[in-house]
Design a protein around this ligand. Structure first.
Ligand code: FES
Ligand SMILES: [Fe+2]
Length: 407
């Protein structure tokens, strides 16, 4: 039951069809190289991934690099002012072109043999090549990039899913927190030695919050059983409107999205009494976002696609992106956003701002690794989900759907 040989297509299809609904995945979905290869092709490179915020690239030539599994993208503010993205793979013999994570440049010079590309990805110099060598034919490959209310998204597919629905339906909730005018106050990468799905699954459920996250559990009512939540929601709902927030619920995640469309969702959940935001003392962390006039005592969850999640408090937004490094390792990139005119030291303190989600993510990292260790054991077998793991269960259904889909 626990071999990690590459299954043939029929075996993978049978595994997908035999997966019991409402139960955790068969071991081979986590351990099999063949299934991971299929995930790369049908999930990882076919969906949009949060890559930061336009405010990180304000000047011409500003760039950042995003690495996901085998892929690496250079995202750059080009000469015409637009944001462009390219595969970070030299057209000569394939070296990574840009080895820095971010910076400002007028050109990208491949470190191997010195081919040079401009910020539009055009090859502009290639030493000692024949006179008739056509540089125009060797531009860096384009990577799909979109700016959605200030957020940068990239997709390693020439025909990515449509973001039109997300752009339209998330416009109002994103405008409430003025996503267009946020800035990154802090960013941290957490490397986790576990299959990437375990990290996303863990983010999707709060069944573990009571046991693993004492800091989170006394602040967020999302850790309560859904049956107990409506009572605590009432207080927040009463305050919301007066603070400048509308009650909006969008449940159009990937499981419900039409083929060719990227799924998305939005909802707001109360914090426990006495918490204005996700801080150690419950008190404010930064200036109120957008046009908010006061704290309603809530936090909003945004979902966009299978890897990217945002949590909007009244005074800051935390972005989480879970992506694989390889089959057995993944990363969680966390962005802490505040309003663009907030000044560090005066309006916010990075240690205070990052405290809750740093301590929570460190704890998550540990439980995900322990989960991974157990999942690889010969004694592992799928177990039944609780009512508090509904989102995780839906996520798994979507994974199976996506794996089933033909190329
Ligand atoms: S691989 Fe880039 S110049 Fe040779
Ligand atoms: Fe957690």
């Amino acid at each position: 039951m626990n071999e990690t040989t590459i299954p043939d297509t029929d075996t993978i299809s049978a595994l997908i069809e035999n997966q019991q609904r409402g139960w955790s995945l068969d071991q081979r979905f986590y351990t099999d190289p063949g299934i991971y290869a299929l995930e790369l092709e049908r999930i990882i490179t076919r969906n949009w991934i949060l890559a930061g915020h336009v405010s990180q690239l304000p000047e011409t030539g500003d760039f950042k690099v995003l690495k996901v599994a085998n892929e690496s993208a250079i995202i750059v503010r080009s000469q015409d002012g637009s944001i462009k993205a390219f595969a970070n793979v030299c057209r000569h013999r394939g070296s990574l072109v840009c080895l820095e994570g971010e910076g400002n440049t007028r050109k990208f010079e491949c470190p191997y043999h010195g081919w040079i590309y401009d910020t539009d990805g055009h090859l502009i110099a290639a030493r000692s090549m024949p006179d008739d060598f056509d540089k125009k034919a060797y531009a860096l490959h384009k990577v799909s990039v979109e700016v959605l209310h200030g957020l940068l998204f990239i997709c390693f597919s020439e025909s990515p899913p449509s973001l039109a629905g997300a752009r339209k339906d998330l416009a109002e909730p994103m405008a409430m927190f003025d996503f267009e005018h946020l800035k990154v106050a802090a960013q941290k990468n957490y490397q986790i030695d576990a299959n990437w799905k375990l990290a996303v699954e863990n983010y999707q459920e709060c069944y573990h919050c009571a046991t693993a996250h004492p800091e989170y559990a006394v602040r967020h009512t999302l850790m309560l059983d859904p049956k107990k939540r409506p009572r605590v929601q009432v207080r927040m709902l009463e305050k919301m409107q007066a603070c400048g927030l509308k009650e909006i619920n969008i449940d159009h995640i990937d499981t419900q999205a039409r083929p060719g469309e990227q799924g998305y969702g939005y909802s707001r959940t109360a914090l426990f009494e006495g918490c204005q935001t996700g801080s150690e003392d419950g008190q404010s962390l930064a200036p109120l976002l957008g046009k908010l006039t006061d704290y309603d005592g809530g936090a909003s969850d945004f979902t966009l696609g299978p890897f990217s999640f945002l949590l909007a408090y009244s005074d800051h937004v935390v972005g989480y992106v879970f992506t694989p490094i390889d089959k057995d390792r993944c990363q969680c990139e966390i962005y802490w956003f505040v309003r663009s005119d907030a000044v560090e030291g005066r309006d916010y303190n990075v240690d205070r701002l990052t405290w809750l989600w740093d301590v929570t993510t460190q704890a998550d990292k540990e439980i995900i690794i322990n989960n991974w260790k157990g999942v690889q054991s010969k004694y592992y077998q799928p177990g039944p989900f609780s009512a508090m793991e509904r989102a995780e269960s839906l996520y798994i259904e979507w994974i199976l759907q996506a794996l089933r889909r033909e190329a």
